[in-house]
Design a protein around this ligand. Structure first.
Ligand code: DGJ
Length: 342
């Protein structure tokens, strides 16, 4: 009896202290200071034993942009936040590594503008951390890509400016650095009808001019890319603003394509809505074979800063991949997490 009481006390202590270390998809996730993690549309850089999670730091009110006839909500983005972790459960707030420019209303990064989906990669040749992000205005007509650079993963990043890569507009985006050091910018283009994969210059600060157009007229966004056993995978969403829709994954032998669309990787209840999430990044867990985490945003479009995060393990079956909903799961136990049961 006494023994059971001690187990109960330990269980309750674990749950309330965070010691249990579960990933709990879709629920509030607190940083090590006890504040909700504010890093939306984010991505993770693994550098020298530490994970750095960068994302949109949303603040203020969310409002529907005037004169726009679709769900064009926006909120003040105060900059790009960074959180660091060694275990992927506990995240320390490192501050705003790229801060909004509150002084110049014309600046790309003024709080009234839109900064979305920031991603950071490290350039081994220059020793610089390079951030790319979607830059826009209230009605999403600027559709450009911005770039910033830093000597440290925790900033501060210096904003260098924005451009329309390869002469076309650029909205949802991600970055991918391959094993050979080449890096790519993957972005929704041509009014979101096409997904471009563009090789960056050696310093990662501009586009090389080498690029491909993929999934033409298929309107895919929210790209998340990863590599496994010499195959490249790309998870995307459809285009429905902040509302969830069905995900799709594609496979290729080269990042520049040809990409073959496969199917929705999600299974079970709400799979057709990506479990009410939208892809943002796939994180390979360092040193673990076949451990990849699908990172999704669960947008709250009427109060965007309240949006949550859904992290789920990816299961592989040959070249195919599947994602099951989990109420909670343990990183160290991904094999059982992959079995499909709750
Ligand atoms: C969907 C995109 O994936 C989001 O990042 C955001 O741009 C919304 N559209 C805006 O409606």
């Amino acid at each position: 009896m006494k023994y059971r009481i001690w187990i109960l006390i330990f269980g309750l202590f674990s749950i309330f202290s965070g010691y249990a270390q579960y990933i709990v998809p879709g629920e509030e996730w607190l940083d090590t200071d006890g504040n909700p993690i504010n890093a939306h549309g984010g991505g993770i850089l693994y550098h020298e034993g530490v994970y750095y999670w960068y994302g949109e730091y949303k603040g203020g009110c969310t409002y529907r942009s005037p004169g726009v006839d679709w769900d064009c909500y926006r909120t003040d983005v105060l900059g790009v936040s960074c959180y660091s972790s060694k275990d992927l459960y506990h995240w320390k707030f490192e501050g705003l590594v790229l801060e909004s420019d509150t002084l110049d209303p014309q600046s790309d990064i003024h709080p009234t503008r839109v900064i979305e989906r920031p991603k950071v990669i490290y350039n081994d040749k220059t020793g610089k951390f390079v951030m790319w992000m979607h830059i826009d205005n209230y009605n999403y007509r600027v559709a450009s890509a911005g770039v910033a650079v830093s000597d440290s993963p925790v900033g501060k990043f210096t904003y260098l400016g924005s451009m329309r890569p390869n002469g076309q507009n650029s909205r949802d985006m991600t970055l991918f650095k391959d094993d050979d050091g080449k890096a790519y910018h993957i972005y929704s283009s041509e009014e979101n009808s096409t997904l471009c994969v563009s090789l960056l210059s050696d310093d990662y600060l501009s586009h090389s001019g080498v690029y491909t157009k993929n999934f033409q007229n298929r309107f895919r966004e929210a790209p998340a890319v990863f590599k496994r056993e010499n195959k490249y995978y790309l998870v995307t969403s459809g285009c429905s603003g902040w509302d969830p829709n069905e995900a799709e994954y594609a496979v290729a032998d080269s990042l520049l394509g040809v990409w073959t669309a496969v199917e929705n990787p999600c299974r079970g209840k709400d799979a057709d809505k990506t479990f009410y999430g939208q892809s943002t990044f796939v994180l390979p867990v360092a040193g673990e074979k076949d451990c990849y985490i699908m990172m999704l945003d669960k947008w709250c479009k009427t109060d965007l800063k309240e949006s949550k995060y859904i992290w789920l393990p990816i299961a592989f079956n040959g070249d195919g991949l599947t994602i099951f909903w989990k109420d909670r799961w343990l990183l160290g136990n991904m094999t059982s997490a992959l079995l499909g049961e709750k």
